[in-house]
Design a binder for this molecule. Structure first.
Ligand code: PGA
Length: 248
């Protein structure tokens, strides 16, 4: 069975609520009728207006973060039931910025993955190596360790429904993109690991994205690779370029 492609924007800490609605409206004619899954992962405060703005279109909304408890004394946090009630379908987990700046480690990310599934959110689980790790030749070992740790206790059926994003840290927001061969090598290694852990049917079903300075110019080449099923797009998701990537 062919995997359906999935192109997701990760807006990060950009776009006020009114700017967000404007961006959705700008992108609307550009992503309309695309034969791929399109997702906007937006800041928490933009979720409600963006869900409203994409109504009746092919776009789903994702969150960039959430907390592992349903409710209670966790000042500043947002729970999975809140996201679901607002109309959110996907949630990014394990982005390198959250691992680095907010010190989210694999044990915590594993809890987030389990909580997302238990709640009915689809995780977009990120992994990726630093420049130093790539230079030292430990990229694949590192990615395997991250994914194995983050998926403890997750079932095959759950893995088949999720999205894994390979995002080399050295390529994020830097304008440096992994070559399509480098990206394919790691995305294939991820699929091989899933096959090892869960069997080939699960490995064939899970969707694996590349992320890291993907843009209108390089998307078609990256997406032509057999194990790259989509993209997680930062900077280029805030511009009409996103429409070109969706149609690449
Ligand atoms: P970028 O970000 O496209 O701006 O490199 C990708 C990401 O961080 O998801």
């Amino acid at each position: 069975m062919a995997r359906r492609r999935i192109i997701a924007g990760n807006w990060k800490m950009n776009m006020t609520p009114s700017e967000a609605v404007e961006l959705v409206n700008t992108l609307k004619p550009l992503v309309d009728n695309a034969d791929v899954d399109v997702v906007y992962c937006v800041p928490a405060i933009d979720i409600v207006p963006v869900v409203e703005a994409v109504k009746g279109t092919n776009v789903a909304v994702g969150a960039e973060n959430f907390y592992i408890e349903d409710k209670g004394a966790f000042t500043g946090e947002i729970s999975a039931p809140m996201l679901l009630d607002a109309g959110v379908k996907y949630v990014i987990i394990g982005h390198s910025e959250r691992r680095d700046y907010f010190k989210e480690d694999d044990a915590f990310l594993n809890k987030k993955v389990l909580k997302a599934f238990a709640s009915g959110l689809t995780p977009i689980l990120c992994c990726g190596e630093s420049k130093e790790q790539r230079e030292n030749g430990v990229t694949i070992d590192w990615i395997r360790l991250q994914i194995k740790s983050d998926l403890v206790g997750v079932t095959a059926e759950q893995v088949a429904s999720m999205v894994i994003a390979y995002e080399p840290i050295w390529a994020i927001g830097t304008g440096l993109t992994a070559t399509s061969d480098q990206a394919q090598e790691v995305c294939k290694a991820i699929r091989d690991l899933i096959a090892e852990l869960y069997g080939t049917d699960t490995a064939e079903a899970v969707r694996i994205q590349y992320g890291g300075s993907m843009n209108a110019g390089n998307a078609a080449e990256l997406l032509s690779k057999p194990d790259i099923d989509g993209g997680l797009i930062g900077g280029a998701a805030l511009k009409p370029d996103f429409g070109k990537i969706v149609n690449a």
